[in-house]
Design a protein around this ligand. Sequence first.
Ligand SMILES: [Zn+2]
Length: 432
Amino acid sequence: MSSQEIAKTGSQQGPSVANGAGEWLQCISCTSAYSVEMVRYHCDCGSLLTVARRQPWHERLTPEILLARQISSDPLDQSGVWSFREAIVSLPRQSIVTHPEGRTRLYSRSSLSAYAGVERLAFKHEGENPTGSFKDRGMTVAVSQAKHLGLKAVACASTGNTSASLAAYAAHAGMRAVVFLPAGKISTSKLAQALGYGAICLAVEGDFDAAMTLVQESADKLGLYLVNSLNPMRLEGQKTIIFELLMQRGFTVPDWIVVPAGNLGNTSAFGKALLEAHAAGWINRLPRLASIQASGANPFYLSYVDAFQSAHIVKAHTVATAIQIGAPVNYSKAKAVITATNGIVAQVSDAEIMRAKAAIDQSGIGCEPASAATLAGVQQLRQQGVIRPSDDVVCVLTGNMLKDPEAVLAAANNKVRPIAASLAAVEAALKS
Ligand SMILES: [Zn+2]
């Protein structure tokens, strides 16, 4: 799909199935459209669906309105997702399940600028969301839609962060949550979150891609509402990472936005958000998107280097478990986004990821390994001359440091020092 075609989904008039509705589900490959009230993840032609809306939605969501919502006490305005509600989905207020979420900060650190060789380098920390990852942005929308449709059970396959988020929002909504996890492949803290919030946790033999296949089959046959990023509502929520970032910067466009790439939900959502922001007149140009994969889980990178002639599938293995995905479900959307934004796909090794993670941790910001792929990617692209020293670059950190304590402890050269309970032992330790 071309950039024009992506933009068109936001500008064409609604089809008959959605007569009178603000939004509808549009196939990304053919002209088919479906009511947004339907539980549906694919078009009859097999392609992915995206949420399209009538123009001129942006006339109801001007920068002035957005700024006024920053100081409003309305619970929806307090959310970094629902404050953009005219660009997300029209739901009755009583259906909205919000913690609230979003409103995450932007950080700059001279040590990290020096590490990457880029002076204007900022990090938007999505690990500051309620369950510690960006997933809350999409989950508030998907679970609100489930509540609106009267559904009682929601499900996802997850490398960990999605399950934690789903479990929290389902608990908030009073719904049953079922999470499909690749057995033995998620961090203790993510599993603890899902268990603690009360989800039914199923450890599936095999990898994430096996869990993803099983949850889709279970959704079809057992009536579970699927909230993986296949669900177009998730991506509508994730768009607000970009909307909020642009607002925080006074709608000044960076040269690059850099994102970790696994299932390609963020790459897809970021591109959609940028094209919508451009169509709305919030920004006058598009930044370039850089999607960074781990070299052990690099199917999108392989497609990029063969000019997107085919969708690759790999057996994924990386220390960055949040992006340990071999068959990304949002491939077609992400491919269109890279083309539309003159974007780039890069890969970084686990060693590069862990070195970058140590730098981010030691700057006092902290993140999980997958998030550090961004800094590693910027450093590599800078060394290759793709990113210039004068470029204005924003990295999106997707999960916080405590999401993967095992990785912190394994990587840190800062170890616990056992000492005797004496002042002399403290003195000796401080000297060593
Ligand atoms: Zn279709």
